[in-house]
Write a protein of this length. Sequence first.
Length: 424
Amino acid sequence: MSTPQAIPFIEAQDAEIASAIRGEEKRENEGLELIPSENYVSKAVLEANGSCFTNKYSEGYPGRRYYGGQDYTDIVERICIERACQLFKCEYANVQTHSGAPANIATYFALLEPGDTVIGMDLSHGGHLTHGHPVTYIAKIFNFVRYGMKNIETGEIDYEALREMALEHKPKIILAGFSAYSRELDYQKIADIAKEVGAIAMADMAHIAGLIAAGVVKNPFDYGFDIITTTTHKTLRGPRGGLILCNDKEIAKKINKSVFPGLQGGPHMHTIAAKAVAFGEALKPEFKEYAKQILKNAKAMEKVFLDEEIRLIGGGTDNHLLLADVYGSLGVTGKQAQTVMDEVGITLNMNSIAGDTRKPLDPSGIRFGTPAMTTRGMKEAEATRVAELMIKALRNIDNDEVKAEIREEIRELCLKFPIPDTMV
């Protein structure tokens, strides 16, 4: 088991919250986290995130603050920016944005006028809410047009339809990126289409930022993309936060102004300190090996699901996540699957699939991935066994005896591979 977080003041002052923290520690230590957007951070990242920087207001940017007492905030933010640029091989970084959705929204407001068009991936084909889903407020301000897969069984994007869409709608931004898509995008084709219609090429790489930083999947900047937005958790293994990257000075100025004072007030300096620590970890050689193992573990899980004839959307994976059609393959809904996985100590999420005939709150699919299990040191053998246990649980959702056996095996596996305190 990883070293328990020291919380003596909470334990002395607030027993209810202390109990919840200890309960969450137990859940994380004895259960297996497979939600692709979740990971474990090092104790160093936790310390920075809980540091005295949480006390400090720092409106503005390094060297241009509105409040006094900024000697050390400027040091931390400059280090964070330098490390972000080094990781992603770019010139400019805004490290203040609070998370991935605000990063996307800030970028839209920096570069668009109300009514301007953005082309992004359809949510049902793997995109994100902030890529233009009608339920979002941002969709009331800008005109979003959505593209998707040409072939659901292979994950191939219909790039010709995307080009025709761009020629028709003349977007200001063409957005690549996803939250539930398991294949690698053709960034060159997207960049070429954007150039042809005079659009900005933007990539939302929240899910695969760590894989890009490690160089194990493609970097959109290498193909002429103008902007990358991302979260700093997920595969990047940092605190919950956002990041906006670019190579153009004028775009960087517009983005900075959009983040502050356009959308946010004082930055969360404790989170920026934690981002800097995480970026420092990601610059170490060990992180590249970690990212390689994420991909190996995902392929190991893919093989088990395909061998058991369970349909995977996109036919498999090129990254850290898989999306399985459990309803079509096993007659188990996504909600039922998520529930039974909770019962056996595996955390994942129900997820809609392309062409889903079921409702979003009880869809046909489940989404799962390998970043957190890989952080624990698990490799292909463990990934294979976990996939086998998942399928066994899905085929025995009403068998309490089988589920109890699986739960105990998962608990023993997790205790054998404790969450590490340090990542370097």
